[in-house]
Design a protein around this ligand. Structure first.
Ligand code: THU
Length: 138
């Protein structure tokens, strides 16, 4: 591990730790996420399922909500972790949620609890995304 990996390691550790708190009695698939704000602070989130299935929320959504509630507006890095065979990519809705507060080149690390990981960016996860310019008719 290089010195450059240290902040990322911290983000992934936060995602790994919060995953333990995930409420996933229906899918039994616990997910942990963490986003870093422009301040450098880390905001963790986990999935919170509901017996009315569509009411469940993803780990990424929880992390973003905490960042916004804490007064920040910019996501500078993202980590997601699950106990899966291959790193789990954020769902379509979470890609759009991340894109709202991140840049195209914002790094995203997807990891498994067994140590596999994959690095991508918010832009690569959501090419051709809907943005405010699409509502501009002038
Ligand atoms: N889930 C997340 O929290 N984040 C992802 O990136 C993928 C899916 C959750 C939603 C649901 O609680 C469970 O994983 C199974 O879909």
């Amino acid at each position: 591990m290089s010195a450059d990996d240290e902040p990322l390691d911290e983000l992934l550790s936060a995602a790994r730790a919060v995953r333990e708190n995930a409420y996933a009695p229906y899918s039994r698939f616990k997910v942990g996420a963490a986003v870093r704000g422009a301040s450098g602070r880390i905001y963790p989130g986990c999935n919170v399922e509901n017996v009315a299935y569509p009411e469940g929320t993803c780990a990424e959504a929880g992390a973003i909500a905490l960042l916004i509630a804490s007064g920040e507006t910019e996501v500078t890095a993202v980590a997601v972790i699950a106990d899966s065979a291959a790193p789990v990519p954020p769902c379509g809705g979470c890609r759009q949620k991340l894109a709202e507060f991140a840049r195209h080149d914002t790094p995203v690390t997807l990891a498994t609890t067994e140590g596999a990981s994959l690095r991508t960016t918010v832009g690569d996860l959501l090419p051709g995304r809907f943005d405010a310019s699409h509502m501009d008719r002038t």
